[in-house]
Design a protein around this ligand. Structure first.
Ligand SMILES: Cc1cc2nc3c(=O)[nH]c(=O)nc-3n(C[C@H](O)[C@H](O)[C@H](O)COP(=O)(O)OP(=O)(O)OC[C@H]3O[C@@H](n4cnc5c(N)ncnc54)[C@H](O)[C@@H]3O)c2cc1C
Length: 382
């Protein structure tokens, strides 16, 4: 391994996702030149495409609202769900002041957001944070890029490393702990329409519950279809991530989602990917010299469709709190941690309410687990 020299800065931002990139854009606009430790983006599709209309004002704050006009995204108008009933019902009864939400081509959105940060003057160090030491009032960060190791310094760290939450993980502050409400996982697949299907696919989103969890399907602007199934790891059928037939058989047991895909000529040709999707959070989400943003602070069950909005909000407000702290004002950082904590409690409440709407499968473990009192679920993540 060779040692590479990296720079020092007032603020280091860890992560290359939406939270970290929003923080970078905010800091640059505030006049800072943060050190940005951001692994290269992976090629291929990314799950998580539903952007709430509440995200729009935040994108405006960082000069990124124009990204939503790209042709690879589409406005969200129709959501249908069979949740708590055998009947399919239109779910989007709320008219948002900000306009409709957006169905993103997620990988393209993240690429463009990063390109905007680079065009604004950011220079990502394509590396991973692997070590951290307190050094007086600041930090020494140890980073790794393939076979290169490097050390760099910062007075304050914003942790946007997603569910990995590496800063708290490595630094292990004795007053902060990671909590977990459930073990939710998602099976994710991207489907294309068969050639000569001869059907215009409906630009809609469909949710459907089954005893083992719930299905989600949505059409992207390029007419590919995103198909997700949410369940708990112990309820996954054997070999589902190895054999497409196993996932296909699960789909056959649905009432609406399978029919929609069949009628519109979508076929499942490869097994799905498996990703973590549970509700976990750090409490408190900030400490002396660091703040967690995005999923590193609080990662929600995707049912909320608020992960990206939270990533934007925490990225921007976490950056503001860091700047205030460096200027000698600790109050915004404490207020930030308090607000993240309150947001988690509000989310847990609405999560319970939404899962309680499904009464048909009360005896099945997936639904029974989500109806237990929220306080029972609040256990430190081991
Ligand atoms: C299946 C699924 C569906 C979802 N659907 C939606 C949806 O429809 N709408 C919605 O709003 N949200 C959705 N979400 C949630 C949303 O995707 C997340 O909340 C959001 O991506 C969080 O952004 P982030 O920047 O905090 O983290 P991430 O996107 O996870 O980014 C973390 C970054 O940190 C980097 N990193 C990790 N470790 C290190 C390290 N050691 N050093 C440096 N960098 C590191 C990673 O490479 C990555 O760049 C969904 C999530 C899942 C799992």
């Amino acid at each position: 391994m060779t040692a590479a020299a990296f720079s020092t800065a007032d603020i280091a931002v860890v992560g290359g996702g939406i939270a970290a990139t929003a923080a970078i854009l905010r800091l640059i606009r505030t006049g800072y030149s943060p050190l940005w430790i951001a692994p290269a983006q992976k090629a291929g599709d990314l799950p998580g495409e539903h952007l709430s209309p509440a995200a729009r004002p935040m994108l405006e704050e960082i000069g990124a609202a124009g990204l939503l006009r790209a042709a690879c995204h589409r406005p969200e108008h129709s959501v249908f769900s069979a949740w708590g009933s055998d009947q399919l019902a239109e779910r989007s009864g709320i008219v948002h002041l900000e306009g409709p939400g957006t169905v993103l081509e997620r990988a393209a959105f993240e690429r463009e957001l990063r390109a905007l940060a680079v065009a604004s003057g950011a220079a990502p160090v394509e590396a991973r944070l692997i070590g951290l030491e307190r050094n007086g009032d600041g930090w020494v960060l140890e980073v790794e890029d393939g076979d290169r190791l490097g050390r760099c310094g910062a007075r304050f760290i914003l942790d946007g490393s997603g569910r990995a939450a590496v800063v708290a993980g490595i630094h292990a502050p004795d007053h902060a702990a990671r909590f977990r409400a459930d073990q939710l996982v998602a099976l994710c697949a991207f489907l294309s329409q068969e050639e000569n299907a001869g059907v215009e696919p409906t630009r809609a989103t469909l949710l459907e519950t089954v005893p083992e969890g719930w299905w989600y399907a949505t059409l992207l602007a390029d007419d590919r279809l995103v198909l997700n199934f949410y369940t708990d790891p112990d309820l996954l059928p054997r070999d589902v991530t190895r054999e497409a037939d196993v996932f296909r058989a699960m789909l056959e047991r649905t009432t609406y989602v399978g029919r929609w895909l069949r009628d519109a000529g979508f076929s499942l040709n490869a097994p799905p990917d498996l990703v973590s999707a549970g509700t976990t959070w750090l409490a408190p989400a900030a400490g002396e010299g660091w703040v967690a943003i995005g999923d590193a602070a609080a990662a929600f069950d995707p049912l909320s469709s608020h992960g990206m909005t939270t990533a934007l909000w925490t990225g921007i407000r976490g950056a503001d709190a860091a700047v205030a702290r460096l200027g000698g004002n600790a109050e915004p950082l404490a207020a930030y941690a308090e607000k993240v904590g309150r947001g988690v409690q509000e989310f847990l409440q609405s999560r319970s309410t939404i899962y309680a709407e499904e009464r048909r499968f009360d005896a099945s473990p997936f639904w029974e687990r989500r109806k237990r009192a929220v306080t029972d679920a609040m256990a430190p993540d081991s």
